[in-house]
Design a protein. Structure first.
Ligand code: ADP
Ligand code: MG
Length: 238
């Protein structure tokens, strides 16, 4: 579970066309990285997949099922943002549990999922704290935990590590790689960081101005960039 098929996805804000016909196949369990310059439409594409924005046209299939008009909560997707988006007045535990509570999941099941996720992410000692009492890395782990407890088949990450310092970025990247192996879920991950792209990805999608320039494995893109743009992007540090 967790395959994704995009066909001719277009998105315009007024007369500004931000996505200009995106076609993409993501296999069940794949780790796919989106890279591209700031403003090229990476976040918009994630938001369209998640259902937080409607596409202007095109088809989104998850496990073969058309999702273009399916509300976000029914898509089996969880999204992790750069800015964490935690509720400051709730404890770590309640931040992780909130989505499940709202979905009407029963209490024992919520307890069991939060316990499992917090142990996976080494958050046990912090469950009673509030976000302000945590480091940036811990907050981002809570945001990841909140996604995990929903047991989605597809995770979307929008530059999740860009607010962390270099050491924490490395540590959290390794944790995300371990989670991917463990959960066997599909992950789509936007980053500016070339090391993240090269080490995490099964497949890298290079975007420019709302269109896909090239899709390939890290080695394919590195060895056979389709054009100068891709070569510059993969070859030079971002
Ligand atoms: P990226 O994540 O690649 O930096 P975005 O997807 O955030 O790019 O933005 C792509 C373009 O769409 C930008 O020009 C941005 O200003 C525009 N854009 C994004 N969201 C909106 C919105 N809600 N209304 C109008 N324009 C938007
Ligand atoms: Mg963005």
């Amino acid at each position: 579970m967790g395959s994704l098929q995009l066909k001719s996805i277009r998105k315009a804000f007024g007369d500004h066309e931000v996505l200009k016909g995106i076609d993409l196949e993501v296999k069940d369990g794949e780790f796919v990285i989106f890279v591209g310059p700031s403003g090229c439409g990476k976040s918009t594409l994630l938001r369209v997949i998640a259902g937080l924005e409607d596409a202007s046209s095109g088809s989104i299939r998850i496990d073969g099922q058309e999702m273009a008009t399916t509300p976000p909560a029914k898509r089996g997707i969880a999204m992790v943002f750069q800015s964490y988006a935690l509720y400051p007045h709730l404890t770590v535990k309640d931040n992780m549990a909130l989505g499940l509570k709202q979905a009407g999941t029963d209490k024992a099941e919520i307890e069991s999922r939060v316990t499992k996720a917090s142990s996976m992410l080494s958050l046990d000692p912090y469950l009673a704290r509030r976000p302000a009492e945590l480091s940036g890395g811990q907050r981002q782990r809570v945001a990841i935990g909140r996604a995990i407890v929903r047991e989605p088949s597809l995770f979307l990450f929008d530059e999740p590590l860009s607010n962390l310092d270099a050491a924490l970025r490395v540590q959290t990247r390794l944790e995300i790689a371990a989670l991917h192996r463990r959960l066997k879920a599909t992950m789509i991950y936007v980053t500016h960081d070339q090391v993240e792209a090269m080490t995490l990805a099964d497949k890298i999608v290079v975007l420019s101005a709302g269109a896909i320039e090239q899709v390939g494995s890290p080695m394919e893109l590195y060895n056979k960039p389709a054009n100068v743009f891709v070569a510059g992007f993969i070859g030079s540090p971002q």
